[in-house]
Design a binder for this molecule. Structure first.
Ligand code: UTP
Length: 291
């Protein structure tokens, strides 16, 4: 079955990015001139996704506003003629690129609990999950790479990359065996492993394709690391039972959930930006000499 729906959990508290995220959702923090979540929605759309559910919570209405139309602004930009044509097209694109729906996770009980809020939206179809604070930039959209693997192997897919031994204790660790090239079969995993529990340095980084059976598993999944219902624990049950395909995706991932990741994303994408890239590069070279 074709993967046409995606879920973007964006209901976390963002405590690692405080005080920026006290009133501002971390998914709305900008990378140069676009909020992080717009990059993620664009990746989903470029991957063939037509329907997207964004999981929000209290105080995140600004995300809905961003994907809504603003007729007054559109009228003003139209009046300005050719000088504002390009930005008007960009503004129109944001509200029309996909069918975007919203639901609230009423309590912050973890990523697994957030994904479970998507059950009636998803129905009986496979669906993509794009974590709301993981921006992945690349020529071949990461979500699309996973969808192709789902179509080929017909079971749940994990987007993975290698992380360092120090970092993996903050992420997940997977038991994998090579299928071919950048494809692996994953039969076990653990969230936030202590050093003695590390299975490999492959970790799930922000993207997966899940079969609808995951919802029954989530219902049975008790709170795990941090007292939260962990999506990794539910996917672990699935991987042990049916196996999952792990795809070492291409593309550069930026972790918008921590301050260094936010700065890396801004610097690297500013250097590639068509309007300001050259000037910013010059500025960076000069400023680096003075530190
Ligand atoms: P994180 O693990 O980064 O949690 O969530 P967090 O609460 O957002 O951030 P910190 O650790 O307090 O700084 C990963 C993704 O899952 C979403 C987040 O919005 C983020 O996109 N999430 C997390 C939910 O939607 N609901 C939750 O209950 C937890």
């Amino acid at each position: 079955m074709k993967v046409r729906k995606a879920v973007i959990p964006a209901a976390g508290l963002g405590t690692r990015v405080l005080p920026a995220t006290k009133a501002m959702p971390k998914e709305m923090l900008t990378i140069v001139d676009k909020p992080a979540i717009q990059y993620i929605v664009e990746e989903a759309v470029q991957s063939g996704i037509t329907d997207i559910l964004i999981i929000t919570n209290r105080g995140k209405g600004i995300i809905e506003d961003h994907f809504d139309r603003i007729p007054e602004l559109e009228a003003r930009l139209s009046e300005d003629g050719d000088s504002k044509k390009a930005i008007l097209e960009q503004i129109n694109h944001i509200s029309s690129m996909a069918n975007i729906y919203f639901i609230r996770q009423k309590e912050t009980k973890g990523l697994g609990h957030a994904v479970n809020c998507a059950r009636s939206f998803v129905g009986n179809e496979p669906f993509a999950v794009l974590y709301g604070d993981d921006v992945i930039i690349g020529k071949d959209p990461a979500c699309g790479q996973l969808i192709r693997a789902y179509e080929e192997f017909g079971r749940g897919v994990l987007g993975v990359n290698l992380v360092t031994a120090e970092a993996i204790t903050k992420y997940s660790s997977l038991k994998v065996e090579s299928i071919r090239d950048n494809f692996f079969i994953c039969t076990d995993m653990i969230e936030k492993p202590t050093p003695d529990k590390i299975m490999s340095l492959y970790s799930i980084l922000g993207r997966c394709i899940l079969p609808p059976e995951i919802f029954d598993i989530l219902e049975q999944t008790p709170p795990g690391a941090g007292g939260e219902i962990q999506l990794t624990d539910a996917m672990c049950t699935l991987a042990r039972r049916d196996g999952m395909t792990a795809v070492e995706f291409t593309g550069k991932r930026y972790d918008m959930g921590n301050k260094l990741g936010i700065m890396q994303a801004n610097v690297e994408l500013a250097l590639q930006h068509t309007d300001i890239g050259a000037d910013f590069k010059q500025y960076l070279k000069e400023i680096c000499k003075t530190f």
